[in-house]
Design a protein around this ligand. Sequence first.
Ligand code: DLL
Length: 433
Amino acid sequence: MSDFIFNKKLETMPRPELKSLQLENLRGVVKHAYDNVPFYRNGLDKVGVKPSDIKTLDDIQKIPFTVKNDLRDNYPFGLMATDLENTIELHASSGTTGNPITVCYTQHDLDVWSEVMARCLSMSGLTSKDVFQNPIPYGLFTGAFGFHYGGMKVGALVVPSGGGQTERQLQLMKDYGVTFVSGVASYAAYLGQKALSMGLEPDKDLKVRNGLFGAEMFSSGLKKKLCDTWNMDVHDIYGLTEMCGPGVSTDCDQHDGLHLWEDHFLLEIIDPKTGEPVGVEEEGEMVISTITKEGMPILRYRTRDLSFIYDGGCECGRTHVKHAPIKGRSDDMIIIRGTNIYPSQIEHVLMGNDAVGTNYKITLYTEGIMDQMKVDVETKKIISEAEKETLAKTLAIGIKAVITLGPTVNVLDPGSIEQTTIKAKRVEDNRKK
Ligand code: DLL
């Protein structure tokens, strides 16, 4: 397995040097935001903090948090720190409620994005020898462009196949001898399932041996299923529109935590209830600051994503901090009959079963006065009705053991649950409010 370090100097920089570079960048970005963005100037003035008060990395705690609504309230360009004239690309998240989160990049921002993506892709095995298919819709969503720029920087042959047309994607993969695939985790799973239904055996008929996926809940069970179906090494990439898009962190060949690029981002973990920092290895909400962004710097962004920071170094030689794979979003938590549940707990049970495919859906509904949960799940291969019944019982027991609540489980044939091309909608809440 290749684990080429794209930027050896910066990725393996001794920690004291890395921390001093991080502080220099933090001080620079706070001044840039204060001087150019009224939202940050007013926020800092309100708490009586001047950019010159940021003397240590811990001083970041003096800066107020930024939340999603701040971006929505300042839609579309109110948080820009440069003139639009200096920006050359715009991206936005889908924004199912309210204004879409919109970000603009200067040439410098695109250079940084390409650099961090090149690091993530190299860490996942991409080299200039690879044929790299990028099956993500090219558009406002950051996904496709981030991977594309990073792939070009590594020098791989990038196939910008875009979203959808799954059969064609597989045909191109075969024709071009594709060796590396990217994408949204659930779509990668769907590609594998579709290949099987077309009579293709991805592990034998295709040359894909490495994949880098993310953008949504990505449990270890789903990772394992992807590895097995494709006979490939699977890496996890994290990122969000507010920071740059994909490229904030990725796991190295140790597959034990994601390295976050500390020369460009600063990660804190807080207790989501109190806003206070939690200790190393303690789970909480990720708060991230961009520390080299020119166009739209974001300070202390409350991501709502739950994770924890690892203690200690990494065998791979990279010195940048590692965080655990995202457990879920604090706002993903379902409260049903007084029980708090994360969808990832259910995904974990489903993906741990060999007969189960990769697609599922959780529906919450009200029956009489009781809230209920239904889990629809596809099998990997077509099985008999009797086998489906047995599997449904096994899964219901497994789920109950984890969440203490027994859902109705419906086991369905492969391809029965609707597949979307960007992010999968895993939970539908139809409860009477
Ligand atoms: O999803 C950027 C991206 C594209 C990341 C492609 C990776 C690959 P947004 O649409 O703004 O940006 O959504 C960001 O998606 O706050 C997380 O809740 C979730 N997310 C992203 N990556 C992961 C991951 C892109 N690896 C939101 N594991 C984030 C779990 C993830 N959740």
